[in-house]
Ligand binder design. Structure first.
Ligand code: UT7
Length: 374
């Protein structure tokens, strides 16, 4: 059987850093509340688009794998913050890296998009459709964040990472996965104002508001990820004692602690980035994976558990067997253009743009209750 090994990895984190103190300059919040409820101290704010971050991460992952972009057969772009709906974002990355023979797919399952993309690429490699794939997890949330809503504005950040997945004779890469969706809870997380349902409804593009039932998402996320983790371990015939490292979705430190301990794994086996980056949606798992490799926490042959959840509510858990190589084959000079603004400058620019959009839209968004029937 053909397997799909992860042979390259690379992250691209925008440099501007938004602290809890920065947030409390325009929101009724404070460092103590944010740290005690979420474990977050800071997050990044991007000065470039999602596809620009994705391009740099993809170039770094390809250099790490020693693979020429011309040999890439497939790009899967996992995200819910695409630059545009048409054309898709994967095609933008394809053009930017010169992957001239690649098929290019956008995949949106919100925060689980990277892991669902990894499943897609793995399945296409196993069936022989493609041999070499780039799988991206990227999110540029700051432009559509509802910055006046403290329930959500403190939780999210921007970022990106990519992996290269290649056909292999060895039993490496995704050993198994459990995928699902708790669609009865899909009303708990909705971004109003993005998508065709809002066109011709008196809405100005760029005006977004979030429906967000934090405590309900919290409960469903913990139960869903624990069930998915136990299911994938049972499918693959392994126990919690066999897990070397957990690389979970990083939405909240308390969620991670609940999931990992209920899955039977000690917290010292968990890779955490939530304190420094917050919830980067699709980017959390690949960024944490790339940093675990940089820090030497992934040993040759390691068994890695990756549980995640996101809007939908999509839920999943993957078991990955790492290969022999834990160091990059090469590097690249590719980097983002320099940024001259502070994170607060960038956010305040977005906030004033949104205020203008709201004035133009009036109460339009809040009146769009028809969306709830979907
Ligand atoms: O990737 C998927 C994305 N979704 C998630 O990850 C959400 C999962 N949920 C959570 O992480 C948690 O539910 C939150 C961090 C969102 C909230 O924590 P909580 O312990 O469930 O708090 P809560 O919602 O019960 O809020 C408690 C209080 C409320 O005040 P009252 O009504 O008790 O007076 C909130 O208004 O905290 C207030 N609050 C805040 N206070 C200061 C909510 N946000 C803030 C804030 N700063 N930023």
């Amino acid at each position: 059987m053909t397997h799909a090994a992860i042979t390259g990895w690379g992250k691209c984190m925008p440099p501007a850093t938004l602290t809890n103190a920065d947030l409390s300059t325009f929101l009724d919040t404070n460092d103590e509340w944010i740290v005690s409820r979420t474990g977050m101290k800071e997050r990044r704010v991007s000065h470039v688009t999602a596809s620009e971050m994705a391009t740099i991460a993809a170039k770094r992952a390809l250099a790490c794998a020693g693979l020429d972009a011309k040999d890439v057969d497939l790009i899967v772009y996992g995200s819910c913050s695409n630059d545009e709906q048409v054309p898709n974002s994967a095609s933008g990355v394809q053009a930017a890296i010169g992957a001239t023979k690649a098929a290019s797919i956008d995949l949106n399952t919100a925060c689980t998009s990277f892991l669902y993309s990894l499943s897609t690429a793995t399945a296409m490699i196993r069936t022989g459709v493609v041999k070499n794939a780039v799988v991206i997890g990227v999110e540029w949330i700051s432009p559509f964040m509802d910055w006046e809503n403290r329930n959500v504005a403190v939780l999210f950040g921007d970022g990106c990472a990519a992996v290269v997945v290649q056909a292999s004779d060895k039993q490496e890469g995704v050993l198994g996965e459990q995928l699902g969706c708790l669609a009865d809870a899909r009303q708990t997380l909705r971004v109003r104002g993005m998508g065709t349902a809002y066109v011709n409804r008196g809405i100005t593009m760029g005006d977004t508001e979030w429906d967000f039932d934090g405590p309900e998402i919290f409960k469903r996320a913990v139960t869903g990820m624990v069930q998915a983790s136990h299911a994938v371990m049972a499918k693959c015939g392994v126990t919690a004692d066999d897990i070397d490292l957990v690389v979970p979705h990083q939405a909240n430190l308390r969620i991670i602690e609940a999931v990992v301990t209920r899955s039977g794994v000690p917290m010292d086996k968990v890779m955490l980035t939530v304190e420094r980056y917050g919830n980067m949606s699709a980017a959390t798992v690949p960024v944490a994976l790339a940093e675990a490799l940089e820090e030497g926490r992934v040993k040759p042959g390691a068994l890695i558990l990756m549980p995640a959840f996101g809007a939908g509510l999509t839920v999943c858990a993957h078991l990955v067997r790492w290969g022999d190589r834990v160091t990059p084959l090469g590097t690249t000079d590719a980097d983002l253009p320099a940024n001259k603004k502070t994170a607060l400058d960038i956010i305040n620019g977005i906030r004033s743009g949104k205020t203008n959009a709201k004035e133009r839209s009036g109460e339009g968004l809040r009146n769009l209750r028809f969306i709830e029937a979907l």
